[in-house]
Design a protein around this ligand. Structure first.
Ligand SMILES: C[S@@+](CC[C@H](N)C(=O)[O-])C[C@H]1O[C@@H](n2cnc3c(N)ncnc32)[C@H](O)[C@@H]1O
Length: 393
């Protein structure tokens, strides 16, 4: 594509991006990416990719010392590297060197040599949940990808380890699975749980907007103490369930949050509206006949073999008429996959031997456990998908 054509496409996409539609905004960013590629020489593109780890490293260092948190706390008032050094213990010269890339990437402003002021990105990254997300991906990701060349040479690189001696890249790097590492490290587990909570800051539509829950669940709901409206399987700290309850306070039936017991130990307050239930989803599902079993960002953590096990326990608990399973996960398009979906897919492999699935890959799983797709729900303003399933009739 010529530079001129790429510029015109950016212009058109910018005009279409009026702020109401996430997909139009995504299109604008995509066109800006193409514009950059049209302007760059091959060696500039390769240089950019080669040095891509540096900004990540600088932001991680600034977060670990608390440098960005201090700048955010000053709320727009400029802070010098000397002051930051006193407050955080980081060396003043090192702060100046690292902050060059942090400011280049727009995470805060440099108002003078070695003087920094917060902008909206500084305030965004200084949130607990966003720090959690950054640190979790950096810490697990960087150490895991370091293993890859060695694993290729020793022929130990497996996409879906199956034999007793086969392990995921993360297991090679950390000596345990992700959840095993988290179980032994409460500090890391807290970072991870904070990360999972980060979606509350996302402007993306919620799963119950994509699947029109208000309309789909308004009729025929069972009431009474035993009636269960929704079970969030592997629901983390319950953010999805709480948002659902706030949106639909009138719907009858209990809301049950299931996760590994250690997930609940880091909860500062136990939400009253929902029931907490420690549950390993590789064992029998104890809640029978709920109206909805919900899983978000679970299936992509696991290989097909493991997913069939998890799904099998849910299918066995479902009422063939009343129950539905809702899966909120990516449905990867066959072509033109965007950078974030492609990256998350690879992250799932490196961290969990998991995978983000295309519709054909999902269908294979559902066939294996006699689940039938009722509908794949989507809305124009979101890339999110909610797959609605019932027991095959
Ligand atoms: C990627 S997180 C998704 C959390 C939540 N659904 C969300 O979207 O925020 C995966 C969740 O699965 C939970 N998990 C992992 N292994 C589990 C198991 N065997 N049984 C139940 N939950 C498990 C983790 O503790 C974590 O909360």
């Amino acid at each position: 594509m010529s530079l001129q054509e790429a510029l015109q496409r950016v212009q058109r996409a910018a005009e279409a991006d009026t702020g109401e539609d996430q997909s139009k905004h995504a299109k604008l960013l995509d066109e800006i990416h193409h514009l950059r590629l049209a302007a760059e020489t091959p060696d500039e593109s390769i240089m950019r990719i080669r040095w891509g780890f540096m900004p990540m490293f600088c932001v991680r260092l600034a977060l670990e010392y608390g440098i960005l948190q201090e700048i955010a706390a000053a709320d727009g008032k400029p802070v010098s590297a000397a002051e930051l050094s006193t407050k955080t213990g980081a060396d003043e010269l090192l702060i100046v060197r690292v902050m060059r890339l942090v400011t280049y990437h727009g995470i805060c402003r440099e108002t003078d040599h070695g003087v920094y002021a917060a902008n909206e990105r500084t305030h965004f990254i200084a949130r607990k949940a966003i720090i959690g997300g950054f640190n979790h991906i950096y810490d697990f990701g960087s150490r895991t990808v370091m293993e890859i060349p060695k694993l290729i040479r020793s022929k130990d690189l497996h996409q879906f380890p199956s034999g007793p001696d086969e392990r995921s890249p993360l297991q090679h790097a950390f000596g345990d699975t992700m959840f095993g590492v988290l179980a032994k490290n409460p500090d890391r587990k807290k970072i991870f749980d904070d990360y999972m909570e980060a979606r509350q800051y996302s402007k993306d539509p919620k799963w119950f907007d994509i699947y029109p829950a208000g309309q789909q669940l308004k009729d025929g709901l069972k009431a009474g103490d035993d009636a269960v409206l929704l079970v969030d399987v592997g629901g983390g700290k319950g953010h999805d369930l709480l948002q659902f309850r706030r949106r639909f306070p009138e719907l009858p039936g209990r809301l049950i949050l299931q996760d590994l017991p250690q997930t609940f130990t880091s909860l500062s307050t136990k939400p009253e509206e929902i029931t907490l239930m420690g549950h390993n989803f590789f064992t029998e599902q104890p809640v029978k006949g709920a109206r909805v079993y919900f899983m978000r960002a679970i299936m992509h953590d696991w290989s097909d073999e493991k997913c069939v096990e998890i799904l099998g326990h849910i299918v066995a608990a479902m009422d063939p008429v009343y129950s539905r399973l809702l899966i909120d996960d990516f449905v990867v398009p066959a072509t033109d996959v965007d950078w974030l979906t492609a990256s998350l897919d690879l992250c799932m492999w490196l961290f969990f031997s998991g995978i983000e699935r295309t519709i054909a890959q999902w269908q294979k799983l559902f066939d294996a456990v006699s689940l039938e797709v009722v509908q794949v729900w989507s809305i124009p303003s979101s890339k999110g998908r909610v797959i609605e399933l019932r027991v095959r009739q």
